[in-house]
Design a protein around this ligand. Structure first.
Ligand SMILES: [Zn+2]
Length: 187
């Protein structure tokens, strides 16, 4: 299970415990669940991205991309999960929470993670075209901001990227899409 070494980003070296963190079996379990949520999005014709927020060993928020369904650019998986977690915990600060997401957060979602004070994010596939947690921007380690968060990347990355690739491949084949601006982040 843990045979592959995963690359990681340490958000702020001063907050790093110095331990060589690796993904746990719980991390894999939660990312697998986030992948299941991403598949729900795909069934709806949405770009398949899923997110889960865990605190104290319990899932407190789940979300999947609903941008097309709800005709709203804000409805990314992470935002939906943060909304649910905030309602469930009755708090805007998600202290002690871990957010799992199948694709590297975009600028908006990295901003929402920052705003909600989520301390730890684990993502699957990198997004070289829009990622704000390592690829294009490093919001999580920007010292100008008053909150930084730890980011670990690459958990089940192949599965997460493959789901996206399959979705975009099928969509190109069907050519039913009207949104030509929406390109595959995993390519
Ligand atoms: Zn986003």
């Amino acid at each position: 299970m843990m045979s592959k070494p995963f690359e990681k980003i340490v958000a702020d070296p001063s907050t790093n415990t110095g331990e060589d963190e690796k993904f746990t079996s719980d991390d894999e379990m939660y990312m697998t669940q986030a992948l299941e949520l991403a598949k729900k999005a795909a069934i709806l014709g949405e770009v398949p991205v899923g997110a889960i927020i865990v605190a104290n060993g319990q899932i407190i928020g789940q979300g999947w991309n609903l941008r097309e369904t709800n005709h709203c650019a804000l409805e990314h998986a992470e935002i939906m999960a943060i909304k649910e977690a905030s309602i469930k915990t009755n708090a805007w600060r998600l202290i002690g929470a871990k957010l799992y997401v199948t694709l590297e957060p975009c600028l908006m979602c990295a901003g929402a993670i920052y705003q909600s004070r989520v301390p730890h994010v684990i993502y699957g596939a990198a997004d070289p075209k829009g990622g704000a947690c390592g690829s294009l921007y490093k919001i999580h380690e920007d010292t100008r901001l008053n909150h930084r968060f730890l980011v670990q990347k690459g958990l089940l990355a192949e599965e997460c990227a493959e789901l996206l690739k399959r979705f975009f491949r099928q969509r190109r084949l069907s050519s039913a899409s009207k949104d030509s601006n929406d390109s595959d982040p995993a390519e």
